[in-house]
Ligand binder design. Sequence first.
Ligand SMILES: [Zn+2]
Length: 846
Amino acid sequence: MSRTLAGRTLAGLGTALLAAAVLANPAAAAPADTPSTRDFGNGAERNEVAAVDNAAVSALSTRSLPAEQPASTWTLKTWKGYPRQNTLPVYPENPEDRSIKLGLIPYHSIAPRLNALQKASNRVSAEIIGKSAGGRDLYLVTVTAPESAADAARQDRWRELIEDNPSAAARDRSLKAGYKTPVWINANIHGNEWEGTDGSMRVIERLATATDATTRDLLKRSRVYLTVSNNPDGRVAGTRANGAGFDVNRDFATNSQPESRAVRDVVISTQPFVMLDEHGYTGTTLIEPATPPHGQNYEYDLYIKHALPNALGMEKAIQKLGYPETTRADIPFRDYAPGDWDDWPPIFTPMYAMYHGAIGHTVEIPLRVNNADYTGLPVEELRRRSRINTDVAAATIEAALTYADTNRATLLTDQIEQFRRGWAGAPSPVIPDGFVDGFGPEDRYSTKFPRAYVIPAGTPAAARLVNHLVANDIRVTKALHPFTLAGKRYSGGTYIVDMHQPKRGLANVFLEAGRDISDLVPQMYDISGWSHRLLWGAAVDISRDAAPRAVTVPVTRAAPTGAVDAPHGRDLSLSLRDGNDVRAVNELLTRGIKVRRTAAGTVVVPADARAVATSIAKTFGVRFTAAPRGATGPAVEQPVIAAAVSADELFALKEMGFAVQTVSTAVLNAGFDLSGIDTLIVSSGLSYTGLTPAARAAVDAYLARGGGVLTRGATGAAFNAAAKVLPATAVTGRGDANGVVTVTNEGPIVGAGSPPHSFVYSPIWFTGTGFTVEQRYGADPLVAGHWLPTDAGANGPAQAAGQAAVVSGSTAGGGNAVLFGTEPLFRAHPKGLYAQYARALFWTAG
Ligand SMILES: [Zn+2]
């Protein structure tokens, strides 16, 4: 196998080589042996661009945080046969659509084309499965030979049998003979990686009209599902992100965005054997399987035995196209060093799909047409590249269809086996060297699944977590009576995740702590740590070995948690422990209720607002208790916030109900009026040294009159130093370091009642005196993730241990300031950290 240091070095140098090639001859195609290069998502670099408020963010964030959010938005309709055609709404032509310059299909042309295909062919069905952040339709196209309603219902029953009773499915001869191979193609999840859509449309057109026996037989034996554009906002605008500024292909552990929720529901409902996620542009076509580290919760043997030959088949298919640019593919498992293109986190579409039984592949089409190339290259060259890219996308889809059809018997057997192992509690597979060509010790990852997780009910965080698990097709039950497990007594109503279940891998990837993989690989592609158990605010216990023995019922939706738990006539108290508590306070303020702060983390609501409080408690699942008699404090006002923040932070702020005016260096330089602002948030796209003298004077005046400041990350720390906010010196860990860390809580604002874990990306700690330490990194802080020291043996977790992670203090002007070295709102994921950020925000607002 050729996974050598040379391969890794080449991959690392790819950007430079590609840039050099383009500089030398901008009109030339990338050379065929150009190593693949990668595009990063919203990681450390997200500190550079300030988010701009828009309708998409506002519309989405109003409903995301409440614990009661619906589990699922779309499902296959079991009472219909095929075709199940719909006349899709047609939208006005948009001459600004960025696809047009490339000669590709603009968003507004997709619906008319699908409508025409449905008219022309009884093999094609199209439907709308949701709306993008920006309100555009998300389409699912199904191509298959016609089925009666009874045929379709039988297919549905078989699909359920495979998951619910895999042993029975394995014995069912009629299932084996008649079950149609489900294949799912996802395209254009990154909006400015266009041609997956065009390749998908071409394949749909061919399958719709082909008269050859091979195609007819394939469609009798297969259902081909295609989400032809998973990110129409980005397709139109020429952006990687959706209309809310999110990288959808990093959102699968969180599902904060409608685009990821829609395809989550597609993968659950269709249970594909094989799926492709069509991306671009890596110079050379890239086809997964990926490098190690491999997710330790996969049934990886069942995956790689298909993923590698399927990738080789796709490589052959692009070779057959005959272009000098498509003579080979990079297959990371075969060609790259560990860590260069891994499948570790569940945030990517194919990795997420693997937990639902799919052989998932990211495919990167080769020739760059976005960003600087989009504006810099001649139109003819762009269109030439897009034609080749479309050919590559179509060829990989066709090859995957052929693989799935040819190998349908073993694919079925292996999906059944994946779910069987889950139900049986079988040990994590140990795979021998040479299991497939190139499989070695560096590929071997496994875990010991716990017997059960237990989630005590009653908090909005518990309800949110349970609803998230259920929405992801993880089986959760609720105990009807009190029970004891692993030596601990639980009340009736407690939730149980019995790990003897078909999708145990997904359950564990969400609920385990994760693993410190710093020593295993020199670098990682994206995040390496996450944990819904440690970061989402709910208490979750682990039963390592003891089986739950309780009378239970399945949970389809968490029980409501909202309550007003106080005698009539008493003032009410609410502690800000969860983002929903914060949302509730903002709702009270919006409705004109007088709220007083008795401590940084607790507010008192007057007894006469009980009716409003009761309604808010119900909506947001929060619990008001009786306030101590005579409890009072300063009135809480809705803070007036100017925020230079990243898109994910803006989204999280809106989830919590804060009104935000977005700013940036440019906005301040244009004369933004700070006089009415209570607090200024700085984490992205605001540089004090980049301000004009007038804007700098305005910031100085703001600080001199006691305006509040909240910062996060390197951009915030730089602002703190340049504007002399607090006398704290920031020390930064390695830029790509990230993961779940332990923290100790000390201070009265952020430290009050925060969980003992936090999340970091490019971690920062603070040294000096003249401030209060709110939170410190633990003694051995990294629980899960990847955080190496720099080459000098500095800036690692050992150096961060015990250092201040979050600090608070008074500015020279008498204002309040809080500096975060952690990432409490990262990609809207760590819901359990929201409240500490909000407490800091209220406090800095005064
Ligand atoms: Zn991409």
